[in-house]
Design a protein around this ligand. Structure first.
Ligand SMILES: [Zn+2]
Ligand SMILES: [Zn+2]
Length: 305
């Protein structure tokens, strides 16, 4: 498949603010290595868990986009706030882009398919992708549920503010090492971990279910993304809160959703039954996804109950 042509000579299609921000973050991520302290590393690890694990995995992806479980509104807001601190954009932008990805997976219109080039799917789409330049109103058509909520509209408009506040807090408490590790290095690592879902798990790995896209399962991507690497399972069952379908498929986000349900913080949790999974595995040679996703209207999020 030929790589998507990018007109490097033309500045028209470039999102300069994104390009400059990502450039600065990558440089300062390297600078962070010269300011390494053990407490700074621990702060970065904890924030990776909170921002990528809770924010992106439990929040933006499994909750805001796919509505695979329910939780109190305040928890929803908290997860969205954590997610903005990954520099992956506001909730309306993120969910809209991801719903488009599921609708058009590896076909025309997919914002980040490796069929348009490996590096395109990994990070170039964020800088050159047309979708990024779309305004909130336009993207909101894909996320009408979030558009109704003023909190999500404001958070999408000012998505970078929580990260700035966090950075100032870290600087005040732990000085330069905490700022460099807790914001710059941690954000860059988090971005590449998340981007690997779009690139690596649409190129390399094992396919357990026959889906209409190129999605794969990857153990090591699942490890660094708290379970998001079981991407072929996820494309087969987009509304499932559980991505690792067996005990061997370690899915830390699923474990945390179970934990939340035990203390009353998660309910109406969507999971395919064992029979459904077994049935699909047996008939893996067939286009089994057709049974889950209606070509005219993919079931991307759980029905409201
Ligand atoms: Zn995908
Ligand atoms: Zn998804």
């Amino acid at each position: 498949m030929p790589a998507r042509e990018i007109d490097f000579a033309s500045a028209e299609g470039i999102s300069w603010s994104t390009a400059i921000a990502f450039g600065v973050f990558h440089v300062l991520a390297v600078v962070a290595l010269f300011f390494t302290t053990w407490d700074a590393v621990l702060v970065a690890l904890a924030l990776h868990w909170v921002c990528v694990g809770w924010g992106i995995g439990l929040g933006y992806h499994r909750l805001h986009t796919h509505r695979s479980y329910k939780t109190p509104r305040v928890v929803e807001y908290f997860f969205a706030l954590c997610a903005t601190m990954t520099l992956q954009g506001g909730p309306i932008f993120w969910t809209a882009l991801h719903r488009i990805h599921h609708q058009k997976s590896d076909r025309d219109g997919d914002p980040h398919t490796p069929r348009d080039g490996k590096w395109w799917s990994h990070m170039l789409w964020t800088i050159f992708g047309e979708a990024l330049h779309g305004d909130t109103e336009n993207l909101g058509k894909y996320s009408p549920d979030l558009m109704k909520d003023p909190f999500y509209r404001v958070l999408t408009r000012w998505h970078w503010v929580p990260l700035v506040v966090l950075g100032l807090g870290l600087l005040a408490i732990g000085g330069l090492p905490w700022l460099l590790w807790g914001v710059f290095l941690r954000v860059v690592v988090g971005l590449h971990c998340t981007w690997m879902i779009n690139s690596v798990t649409h190129i390399w790995g094992r396919r357990r279910f026959h889906t209409r896209d190129d999605s794969k399962n990857s153990f090591w991507v699942a490890l660094v993304t708290f379970g998001e690497g079981w991407h072929n399972n996820h494309h087969a069952y987009p509304t499932s809160a559980r991505h690792g379908m067996t005990w061997r498929e370690v899915d830390l986000s699923w474990m945390q959703i179970k934990l939340m349900s035990w203390v009353g913080l998660a309910w109406d949790i969507q999971v395919p039954t064992t029979a459904q999974i077994a049935n699909k595995e047996i008939t893996a040679e067939q286009d089994i996804v057709g049974a889950v996703i209606d070509p005219d209207g993919p079931v991307l999020r759980a029905p409201a109950q």
